[in-house]
Design a protein around this ligand. Structure first.
Ligand code: NAD
Length: 329
């Protein structure tokens, strides 16, 4: 039986990866500070542990797994990453997780590990024009990410590449672009734009209004979770290090994203633009390299993924409103 370790298995992408690996009959160990919040854990062995602690890393890496996926990070959407208030935690916690994991992987002579980097590593100056951002893989240097989150991801990419160069460890690095879907954080401050917009629309009364951070003209692309998992498995199982973009190239503005969610919901709402943390003006996944190397790129139209996500978030909103007051205390 093949074995896999999923670090960050209690999070959004990690819990979806565990489910997919179980469908493929892997024996799976997960590790996280917490169990998945919105769904049952499907890992065969789930270690509740802190990966900032090297002993936890030694405990979970007790064999050479066929596949290791590293998703654990202190992260969130714009409201968490772009305010500046969480920078020290973001950099310290995520860097130390990667340092610990790689140190133990080296000691245990681990063959291969996947690392989830981010589109946030790309230089801000290449993403000022909302209609024409440059996120080609080779545009990462000279480096100038617009957040400490991006700098930490870039540092960790380099760390993984150095372990590959110096110790022959096989590493796979993906730069994810805005992954979304059901069973992800949708409330509480760490949620990302698609989830936040679905929640606001689900909460609004028809003909009411919702608040949008900024003028809504900033552009992004959003990748549905199933396609993220597919691309990640393809990269991990292919003989190539990356770093490579895993994202959708269906770029839209935030205003258009809101319109799409309203259409799905059947509600007509007014957009109220307010001040908020924003990030770069434009970003889109450049999928030329992944297609050239793996002969694959994501194809699912945004509206289809958004439909599934909206239905799930609408259910969460409704069931949270039905809870008796005592349960919320
Ligand atoms: P998530 O926050 O849902 O999952 C991360 C998990 O890591 C959480 O469950 C968290 O509890 C866990 N974790 C944090 N600190 C830990 C620690 N010290 N010990 C053990 N576990 C710890 O995030 P996600 O959306 O699933 O993202 C997974 C990875 O992909 C992250 O590294 C993230 O930076 C990267 N990424 C995600 C996106 C996206 O759009 N979701 C985009 C780019 C990159």
């Amino acid at each position: 039986m093949k074995t896999a370790l999923v670090c960050g298995a209690g999070g959004f992408i990690g819990s979806h990866m565990v489910k997919r690996l179980k469908k493929e009959n892997f024996w799976v160990r997960g590790c996280d500070l917490k169990y998945p919040e919105f769904d049952a854990n499907e890992a065969d062995d789930f270690v509740i542990g802190d990966l900032r602690d090297s002993d936890t890393c030694q405990q979970i890496i007790d064999r050479d797994f066929n596949e290791i996926y590293q998703f654990a990070a202190d992260m969130g959407g714009a409201g968490f990453v772009f305010t500046g208030n969480n920078d020290a935690d973001i950099m310290h916690n995520s860097a130390i997780i990667n340092l610990n994991l790689l140190g133990v992987c080296r000691k245990r002579k681990i063959g291969k590990i996947f690392y989830s980097s981010s589109a946030c590593i790309y230089p801000e100056h290449n993403q000022m024009d909302p209609d024409n951002p440059n996120c080609a893989e080779n545009s990462a240097y000279p480096a100038a990410p617009d957040s400490e989150y991006g700098w930490e991801k870039l540092f960790s990419e380099r760390l993984y590449l150095a372990f590959h160069r110096n110790f022959g460890m096989q590493v796979r690095i993906a730069r994810y672009h805005n992954i979304f879907g059901p069973f992800g954080t949708w409330d509480g401050g760490r949620e990302k734009a698609p989830a936040a917009i679905c929640r606001k629309v689900a909460l609004a009364h028809d003909a009411g209004e919702i608040e949008i951070w900024g003028d809504g003209k900033q552009t992004r692309s959003f990748l549905y979770i199933d396609e993220c998992i597919e691309g990640t498995l393809k990269l991990t199982r292919f003989n190539w290090t990356g770093p490579v973009n895993i994202g959708s190239d269906e770029m839209i503005s935030i205003n258009q994203l809101v319109d799409m969610v309203m259409k799905i919901s059947g509600k007509k709402l007014k957009k109220k633009h307010i001040k908020g943390p924003l990030g770069v003006r434009g970003r889109n996944s450049d999928n030329r390299m992944i297609f050239e190397k793996l002969g694959w790129k994501p194809e699912l139209p945004l509206e289809m993924g958004l439909g599934k996500t909206y239905s799930w978030i609408e259910e969460q909103v409704q069931s949270s409103q039905k809870q008796p007051k005592t349960a919320l205390l």
